[in-house]
Design a protein around this ligand. Structure first.
Ligand code: NOJ
Length: 764
């Protein structure tokens, strides 16, 4: 074995210990050693063909019980029976997973159970808000709970593993998959990612109500150039470490079972081919001992990337780089044996990858009972329950962000004489389910119109008009979306409805399939004829609330300047309309805060609050400073922003000391008072600016937040602990370290907070 391989094997073994933290309990380490023995004992029995099989993942959207009609599926069946498949994705229902598992358990030589994966992104059948929307709650407990319910339902349907959470930080609203993450901030993405992992995995993967999580896409996918999905990523090493990797590092530390690599290249190196990311960083430095699955076909895509001339070379590069499992790429199954036979790939490399897969299977308890998840009775009882819908409504209402509320127009009275509910999305029961909807049924959400009808006084007249169609024709994951750009025939009815009503609730935004994978856009305003509809209705009734449903920050400059009240409601899942009505009528006082900045114009993208100052920060209208001629540099609605039906007053910041050094910490406190008339929740945010560093530092960075519930007139003190570790970054020394100097400490209600206290970190 060569030196490099020796190192790989050594690090894998070490990962079991280091990866779980240095304070690992003795009991845990004993069980890890026992686990390793079991893994080794299985490995010792395996032929090379069987080993390669464990690294092979097939798509399973086919009827495993019936006789497959095409050759491809026949081959798949035979391979399953021969133990040449380690995992399947998209095999759905307890019955189908049981049938597929049975093929392996009854026919294969070693009976190594399959692991079934699926994209359970924001719910399995009970749908929760899309991840970006849910992140606007900043409520880690609520997000953990929604992941826990999603896991419970998925597990009840025979699944072991979700390809979530997506941890890609994204600063570009054009990128369709921004809906699937937690926005633009690496700290927020880290804590939300960990909460979701804890929700999916619980404390024990062998508990049949939990499933394995997957930290994806490792790494850089959210920084695609021009926000165009799958596009190349060009960022420097420091930015990679400071802006992109923190959520992945946090996930690894939190014990996420698996990682998925990414489609994109970073500076010319496809993530799937990156030894630096997968081996050096993830497996060696971070001590990750689970496995890395490729993204769909991403090993084969090393060929079109132009770094491999054929499948053989692609497999060679990927296995050396640390991609353990080949998702539907058919490259490992076609090439690894040849590569071992011709000595291009050392068997130790294959063994390491196989052990990683087996470890996760053991942790899931699959060797104890390969069918433990596939139970039709449980599936019937534990999916889409009333209790789950109640939890979905709770998370949904907490995810809504009040962007504007001129003259306190909201909340609306339940005893209005008349209310117009207008817009292509007003009675849409499908868009709230969002993209990446797993088994969320088409048209199964409560629409805004339905929610309003249930909430109001029976005597209020509702004047509903669709006004226009947003999209025409088919709407599904793979079909391109056709937007209605011409048909205004419904405008008259909408205008008439508005004229007859006291208040207009205008429901506009994006179709469910305008965001998600492959759904990037060059424009982020209202698609189709929506802007015209909005202006036509506004012309006859200005007493308007705009309810925005969307999967990305949108360009809503006109609406922000004219419409008195705006609610950002995203796509909230099954209970969408109920949650919207809860907020519209004041049964819930909105508490959400934006996890992404809303730009004034799409040309500002990528747009994010934690940018560098540049050598020429724009201040006094001078021409030769960093700005656009035609738009203000500031956000239309900044990161962290969200109003409430009450108001909050912040006191000055108190620091427990103005200087500190290694081993010490500082407490930063403020008193918050509810100065309005109703109970409310404020998300108190801590930001820091590192004034002088070995590298240019962001103008502000989120370092912590607290959710505070306050009754009218009530004051609470919120304190944050600041440690030297929190002030670390990946410096010019290519190390995570805290550099001495002055930091500004800000506490406030969004990223534009101005008041700060200086704090000095000194070398000992
Ligand atoms: C491709 C996507 O990029 C990834 O996120 C997903 O998990 C896989 N397809 C499987 O559906």
């Amino acid at each position: 074995m060569n030196k490099k391989l020796n190192k790989i094997v050594f690090y894998s073994a070490m990962a079991l210990f280091v990866g779980r933290g240095s304070n690992m309990l003795a009991q845990q380490s004993r069980s890890e050693i026992a686990l390793e023995k079991k893994v080794d004992s299985v490995l010792a029995l395996m032929t090379l063909k069987e080993k390669i099989g464990q690294l092979n993942q097939y798509n399973g959207s086919w009827d495993v019980t019936g006789v497959p009609s095409d050759i491809d599926n026949k081959t798949k069946l035979e391979k399953l029976k021969n133990g040449e498949v380690g995992s399947m994705l998209n095999v759905l229902t307890a019955e189908a997973t049981r049938d597929a598992q049975r093929l392996v358990m009854e026919h294969s030589r070693l009976k190594i159970p399959l692991i079934f994966g699926y994209d359970v992104i924001h719910g399995y059948k009970t749908m929760f808000p899309i991840p970006l929307g849910e992140s606007a709650s900043w409520d880690l407990d609520a997000m953990k709970k929604s992941a826990e319910i999603a896991a419970k339902e998925a597990a009840a349907s025979g699944l072991h593993w979700t390809f979530a959470p997506m941890l890609d930080v994204s600063r570009d609203a054009r990128w369709g998959r921004i809906m699937e993450g937690s926005g633009e901030d690496p700290y927020l993405a880290s804590v939300i990612g960990v909460a979701r992992i804890q929700g999916f995995q619980g404390n024990d993967l062998s508990n049949p109500f939990t499933i394995a999580a997957c930290a994806k896409h490792f790494a850089g996918y959210g920084f695609a150039e021009a926000g165009r999905d799958y596009n190349t990523v060009n960022i420097g090493e420091h930015e990679l470490h400071n802006a992109i990797l923190p959520p992945f590092k946090a996930a690894s530390k939190a014990g996420v079972a698996t990682f998925m690599n990414a489609f994109n290249d970073v500076d010319g190196v496809p993530a799937t081919a990156s030894t630096y990311l997968q081996r050096k960083l993830l497996k060696e430095q971070w001590g990750f001992d689970g496995f890395v699955v490729s993204d769909w076909g991403s090993i084969a895509e090393l060929i079109p990337h132009g770094v491999a001339k054929d499948k053989l070379q692609a497999a060679n590069i990927a296995i050396h780089a640390g991609s353990d499992m080949d998702m539907e790429g058919r490259v490992y199954e076609a090439s690894l044996k040849t590569l071992v036979d011709n000595n291009s790939v050392d068997i130790a490399l294959i063994d390491d990858a196989v052990k990683r897969v087996l470890r996760v299977k053991f942790r899931l308890g699959l060797f104890d009972d390969p069918y433990r998840y596939s139970n039709t009775k449980r599936e019937k009882e534990q999916v889409l329950t009333k209790e789950h819908l109640g939890i979905a409504r709770d998370v949904a209402k907490k995810s809504i962000v009040l962007l504007k509320n001129e003259s306190n127009m909201l909340p609306l009275k339940k005893k209005l004489n008349s209310i117009a509910v207008i817009g292509p999305l007003a009675n849409d029961k499908d868009t709230p389910i969002g993209n990446w909807r797993a088994q969320g049924e088409k048209n199964s959400a409560v629409s805004v119109l339905e929610g309003i009808k249930e909430a109001i006084d029976g005597k209020t007249k509702i004047n509903y008009a669709k006004g226009a169609e947003l999209s025409i024709g088919a709407r599904s994951f793979l079909q391109p979306l056709t937007i209605n750009t011409t048909d205004t025939s419904g405008f008259d009815e909408a205008v008439a409805a508005a004229k007859q009503s006291e208040v207009v609730v205008m429901v506009l935004g994006e179709d469910a399939f305008q965001s998600g994978e492959g759904r990037s856009q060059s424009q982020i305003g209202f698609a189709g004829v929506q802007q015209d509809l909005l202006e036509a209705v506004y012309a006859v009734n200005k007493n308007m609330v705009l309810v925005l449903m969307n999967g990305r920050p949108m360009e809503i400059t006109w609406a922000a300047a004219h419409v008195p009240s705006i609610l950002e409601v995203w796509q909230l899942g099954s209970e969408h309309g109920h949650a919207v009505a809860d907020v519209l009528f004041g049964d819930y006082n909105p508490s959400g805060k934006l996890p992404v900045s809303f730009p004034r114009a799409v040309g500002q993208e990528p747009f994010y609050y934690n940018h560098k100052n540049t050598g020429r920060p724009f201040a006094n209208g001078e021409v030769t400073f960093s700005h656009h001629n035609d738009v203000d540099n500031s956000a239309l609605f900044p990161f962290g922003f969200g109003l409430s039906y009450t108001t909050f007053k912040y006191s000055d910041i108190t620091l427990s000391a103005s200087k500190f050094k290694t081993g010490e910490h500082i407490t930063a406190s403020v008193a918050i008072t509810n100065t309005g008339k109703v109970k409310g929740r404020e998300v108190v945010q801590l930001y820091v600016r590192d004034l002088v560093g070995s590298l240019a530092r962001p103008v502000k960075e989120l370092k912590g937040f607290e959710l505070v519930d306050l009754n009218p007139g009530e004051t609470k003190t919120v304190s944050f602990n600041i440690t030297p570790e929190q002030l670390q970054y990946y410096t010019a020394n290519k190390k995570w370290e805290t550099e001495p100097g002055i930091f500004h400490v800000f506490i406030g209600s969004d990223a534009t907070v101005k008041t700060f206290k200086p704090l000095e970190f000194v070398n000992d």
